[in-house]
Design a protein around this ligand. Sequence first.
Ligand code: NOJ
Length: 957
Amino acid sequence: MKWGQRCLSRFHVLFTLGLVFTLTTTTLAMKKDDFKTCAQSGFCRRNRAYADMVTETGDSFQSPYTLITDSVRTEKSHIYADVKNTESDILLTLDVYVLQDNTARVRVNEKQPIKPRYDGHGKHTLQAEPVLQEELDKDDVKTSPEGVVTIIMNDDKTRKIVIHPNPLRLEFLVNDSPVISFNNRGIFNFEHLRTKESHKPKMIQHDKDSESTEEKEAPWESGSWEESFKTWTDPKPNGPESIAMDITFHDFGHVYGIPEHASSLSLKETRGGDNAYTDPYRLYNTDVFEYAVDSPTSLYGAVPFMVAHRVGQSAGVFWMNPSETWVDIVKSKSEEKSSVQKVLSFGKKSNDKTSTHTHWISEAGVLDVFVFFGPTTKDVIRQYTKLTGTPMLPQQFSLGYHQCRWNYINQKDVLDVDNQFDEHDMPYDVIWLDIEYTDDRKYFTWENNKFPEPIKMEQVLDSKGRKLVVIIDPHIKRADNYRICEEAKKDGLFVKQPNGNDYEAWCWPGQSSWVDFYNPEAREWWKEQFTFNKFIGTQENVHVWNDMNEPSVFNGPEITMQKEMIHHGNWEHRVLHNLYSLLSFQSTSDGVRERTVVEHRPFVLTRGFYAGAQRYGAVWTGDNMADWEALYYSNPMSLTNGMGGIVFTGADVPGFFNNPTSELLVRWYQAAVYQPFFRGHAHIDTKRREPYLVPEPYRSMTLAALRERYALLPYWYTLFYDASQVGTPMMRPMFMEFPDDESLFATEDQFMLGSGIMVKPVTVEGATSTEVYFAGDEPWYDTLTHAIVKLTGRHDVNAPLGKIPAYYRGGNIIPRRERVRRSSHSMKLDPFTLVIALDTQGYAEGTLYVDDGETYDYGTGAYIHTKFNYSNGALTCENIHADPNSKAAKQYAKDMKALRIERIHILGVSKKPNGIQAESNDVKENLVFEYDTAHAKISIKDPKTSIAECGWTIAVA
Ligand code: NOJ
């Protein structure tokens, strides 16, 4: 086969380039060669080579996968059929499910595998079984004489799935235009399970130099049964078992998501093109030391969910597979319409749009893909989080500022830091303990000399409404007389080696074993360890941090666990690697929740994650650098995590490794005011840098940033509540709020917080001004000065150090609490300030959500949800509680009746009002107000209005 030779030469070029790249980057801190490139990973290499062959063969290539048309059956909204690989004669099963809410699921498995392929991922990844749409009508599924199956998904017939039989190809159409298609490029490749003896290489080449006509396995197919990387050999007892498919997003020039990478918001191309990466984006949870930015290298977490957006349409794909996965991205001008279509389009310009072609490559498992039709990005994310779970509503304290360091060395140190915050009048909610608090890194124990009375220490924190978070990692020190190790050993709860012995390797404590979180018994046992009578020295204000759960294995290949290690059910680590992080996070979160009789919402932070992790807590972006680049990337990384459902996310402030300058520190605190998870953290080798230690004038600037965060907590909490209902991230890419403005589709250096605040963090050293894009037609208002900004498009704004370029968006009402105290707990009963940012029509609206901030009582209705409207010069409020007449709702509103608004700022009022009146129950009262002509702003003092009871009006005359 000639193409074999062509591929070989290309492969050599790629390999050589890869090598050069590796060598030239060895000066960077990240040890790039500790991690595989696609060319070093057998299944990625094979599938890329296959894609090259298909592309180079061109139109004469025929994908071997064919639908067996007379096998097509429909049962309710489930269509299934057999598919044949005509090269190998292997039969596959195809299942297409039409699900509720504009969602479809496609599964492909082997019909008669020689042993089961791993298919247990859904149970852990999905929150519940996906719900089928109502039964399809007979007319909704039609097969043409050529065997093309058309499925009409909805009543108005706007969404369809078309299955083309030969070769197999699936199209997902909106208004009869393909939005997404599978195997459009013909590179679908399903490696069936086989024995080593029966293995026939797929890719063959002639030996060019010899006279013989002998065909040989192409070099990139080597390593199918054993593969080496550095000093490691992966025995691969099951041989090749990868699954790969191309997914095209038609007419979409931008795709987003698939965290976690230190990369751009709009994903880059990976096989040629301007500024492209040379390797695919990789999804394989790994602990990458001093990771480089602007890279497709895998990091700690993986969410194989991608969103595409263009004007008028968003769509998404969730490739549900927890094994190592790579995603190639290529863009091209969309195909020209056929001549008939051109004629019919009555002189419209020929199609000059860009399409995005992706190639998904997973090492094992089955093909299990969801397609979301949107139509908006918020819809796509709602559809995705309906399946994988909406983000949990966190305890309110966790939205405040967290102070961490590796390490606060002893009890006195912790309490000193705590006192210093008070002495400097700096608000903070949580202090953290890293690994050194334990006795010899044995988790669930304390280093008694340094922490002789942990409960006493926690009580001091508790007296100020503050919390402690302690680290618990999944590796367990192999040690005698260590209860945790002994129990896990005895009950067989560790991951095993292929020979049945416990897996042992190195991590922080030295020789360790890893809890097998895939084992349900291990998860139950782990949960119990968080009860107060087991985790001695902890009480209710202690929460947990899960680190190193990729899992990180210091002496393992790519700093993680060997793929041939064995989990419960005899599954290789290979098939479920990325699930490990999720399951460890889940059982920790469940344990912290279940440790009290009345359950409280757990706070757990994880480093490793997988799709669905949003159900259990917060995620941070790991060990970043204290430099300007890392500050810049904290924004696209957090935005991308949010697009992947992981909304409670943030970066170490102001960078983990190295010592930040005071300027960087200030700018980073300023950015983090608007990023969901806000934690100061530092490597053990760095200088102390708690915000009160920075010299003036930086300290006051940092304090101002912290105070702004606390003032915004009501807005933050309301946004978290919304996220917990429908998945919309709090921190949003600009295009999510301005979906028709194409110039924002790749914008990642400014973002929206909810729909009401736009932020442009300054990430350039020495900057005194920055460029801001003022989107839309409504006015913006400076959040600090309240000055109106009547600009549209890109403009330079003043941004000296101390100034955070952040703007209220006209049309929004933002709830705040201006009496900033030592912790969020002490502000719980404080009155609110409303900032009403008027649009050009003099209109604004906004919501406020309040509950106890700790328990699950809101689930029974114990919360307040209020919508404020300002129109025609009158502010009113509306109770938008889902069940306002429930006993719990009424009781809570009664208990909270005293929660009031103490101040209202109305921005964008061009003339001084004659008077302002509050009216409630037919009682009218004139209110005291001030008018600021320069800022076109009214400030009303004490309007005497409750947020728990509506029925009042504030009228501006
Ligand atoms: C790695 C984590 O990413 C870092 O935050 C932590 O301080 C160290 N492990 C020590 O536990």
